[in-house]
Ligand binder design. Structure first.
Ligand code: B12
Ligand code: SF4
Length: 503
């Protein structure tokens, strides 16, 4: 839903996998179904007749769509090898294969670049070797655990393979490309799977490679995909200085934590000079209890201090709050009032346990739907305290209040020159987003989503436990301290601000 209005971004992970396959000597085409339709996909399948089709599944909500497409692919081209990779696919690989009933040959877990070439080698020359490739879960066997990419500098994303680069944008950054400066996260928030996927590792791209990548595309807007930008100030400064030396002028969007922002104030200040325009701060809650619940060991005072500092940078700041299905009318009202008092853009997501997170195992409330499509952090998948229609009515009322702060006529008037420039360049993604809210966010539609027939049911979480061993959740094996490219003082800072029990 979110991507229908506010943003659409390039599939960077898939571009990296495509680059690895191409480097291994194969021909590759890439189709992004955020920007094209199923019809386009089927046409490409028909015209190009590929030997292999690979789907990227980062989002749990996309599982049914991918299973259906795999079935269509198998029906039209029975000899084509079909496989899936990506963040969510890695956590539910077995389940995926079962839903597909033989139309998906394997799931390749973990970082695709690491072993996709080996998988292609096996597909081409020795199909019995498929189930021996690291990270593979096939119908007839499982390979060893997936390995980590040793050097993030080794590959450049195959950006040239995207067929509609002008369709990517976020807010006024239209068009917008994406870039990766670092991968993984050293923290361990209970609701998040970013760290469990990467085994709490954290690797960085070298400043030279980062700037070569940046200089390789024309888009003036840049979305930095790192989970927490500039965990280590030195790395942020080095990239920034390299950008300044090359005279690159672009506008940037990044996401970070409030405590990192306060610790590394200077690097964020420096980046505002380079063109940093939007910052997304993961605040998650506006009360101490809420912050504790989401295991953010940042006090409310610190959270608000970080907001103050972000404001002082003179850039657009967005924050996220997590609405709990336990919220009643009063709580929604308090949140609405608070949000109206602050100048920031506020995004509200709904507390959603995902496979691969700790809360998937510890959340005592039972999920009340097994429909993957509702796991988009906009729908309520846990039982709500208010009757569901009222919960959605309150949620959308809150979303609407927040959206009208920044969208619609008032916002448009303040942005006339930006919009005029975009229209002159033929860019209309942002302008169209300004009036889409009501057609997408509608309590009746959200409620109706719960009554759609469910073709593929999610596996239920195991019986809840008070605590679990997080290493059992990892997709990529933990390397402990040596897997984190941060200095000792940053490691200590992370230790002091995380609340987890993992290594
Ligand atoms: C950038 C980002 C976005 C961008 C998406 C850009 C895009 N089009 O891909 C935006 C802002 C749009 C976004 C939106 C959302 N996001 Co998001 N996002 C991320 C983030 C921070 C980084 C992803 C990234 O680009 N990483 C860098 C690239 C290089 O890695 P990658 O994409 O994972 O790809 C690697 C592997 O996954 C694998 N791989 C990927 N594809 C394939 C395909 C094959 C065939 C193979 C073999 C391997 C493979 O190999 C790649 C290279 O190593 C992740 C957190 C994370 N660290 O993973 C969350 C994350 C993926 N998002 C999440 C969520 C919840 C959402 C939203 C639902 C939130 C919302 N309501 O707004 C939406 C949904 C959007 C949608 N399309 O449906 C959750 C996923 C939860 C889940 N299990 O479904 C994550 C894990 C965040 C979290 N902390 O929980 N997101
Ligand atoms: S800081 Fe927490 S929420 Fe953010 S990416 Fe890391 S583990 Fe996830």
């Amino acid at each position: 839903m979110y991507t229908k209005i506010y943003l659409r971004l390039e599939p960077l992970g898939l571009e990296l996998v495509a680059a690895a396959v191409r480097r291994a000597g194969h021909q590759v085409q890439l189709i992004d179904l955020q920007a094209e339709t199923h019809k386009d996909y089927l046409r490409l399948l028909e015209q190009w007749q590929p030997d292999v089709v690979a789907f990227s599944c980062n989002y749990l909500a996309n599982v049914p769509e991918i299973v259906d497409l795999a079935k269509l692919t198998r029906a039209r081209r029975p000899g084509t090898f079909v496989f899936v990779g990506g963040h969510s696919a890695s956590f539910i690989a077995q389940e995926f294969l079962e839903h597909a009933g033989g139309t998906i040959d394997c799931v390749l877990k973990g970082e695709g670049e690491a072993s996709v070439a080996e998988l292609f080698e096996a597909i081409e020359h020795d199909r019995r070797a498929i189930a021996k490739v690291p990270g593979v879960l096939a119908l007839d066997g499982e390979g060893p655990a997936p390995g980590l990419v040793d050097n993030l500098d080794a590959l450049m994303p195959a950006r040239d393979l995207l067929r509609h680069r002008r369709r990517y944008f976020i807010g006024t950054l239209d068009p917008c490309a994406s870039i990766e400066f670092a991968r993984g996260c050293p923290w361990d928030c209970s609701f998040c799977s970013a760290w469990t996927f990467y085994g709490r590792s954290y690797r960085v791209v070298s400043p030279e490679r980062a700037v070569d990548d940046l200089a390789s595309f024309r888009e003036p807007g840049v979305f930095i995909v790192d989970d927490v930008a500039f965990v280590q100030a030195k790395h942020g400064f080095e990239i920034g200085e390299a950008i300044a030396r090359r005279g690159i002028r672009k506008k940037y969007y990044l996401e970070t934590r409030g405590d990192v922002l306060l610790r590394n104030r200077d690097v964020f200040k420096f980046w505002t000079r380079l063109g940093l325009q939007y910052m997304f701060l993961g605040l998650e809650a506006i009360d101490e209890e809420g912050l504790r619940k989401f295991r953010k060991r940042i006090s409310l005072g610190k959270a608000f201090e970080s907001l103050e500092f972000a404001r002082s940078l003179g850039i657009t700041v967005a924050i996220n709050l997590i609405a709990d299905p336990e919220w009643d009318r009063e709580r929604f009202e308090v949140v609405r009032q608070w949000c109206m008092e602050i100048p920031e853009i506020v995004n509200i997501s709904v507390n959603t346990p995902y496979p691969g997170t700790e809360t998937w195992h510890t959340e005592a409330r039972r999920i009340h739907t097994r429909d993957y499509r509702l796991y988009d952090i906009q729908h309520a998948v846990l039982p709500t305290k208010l009757p569901l229609p009222e919960f959605y009515a309150e949620l959308i009322k809150t979303q609407r209040v927040l959206a009208t702060k920044h969208l619609g006529w008032a916002a448009f008037k303040g942005l006339i020159s930006t919009v005029a420039g975009q229209l002159a360049r033929g860019q209309t993604n942002f302008v169209r987003s300004l009036w889409k809210f009501s057609s997408v966010y509608d309590p009746t539609l959200m409620l109706a989503d719960h009554s759609r027939p469910v073709a593929y049911e999610m596996k239920l979480p195991p019986p809840p436990k008070a605590t679990i061993d997080p290493s059992g959740l990892y997709v990529l094996k933990a390397r402990g301290r040596s897997g984190r490219a941060i200095d000792d003082s940053t490691e200590q800072f992370v230790e002091a601000t995380r609340m987890g029990t993992s290594e």
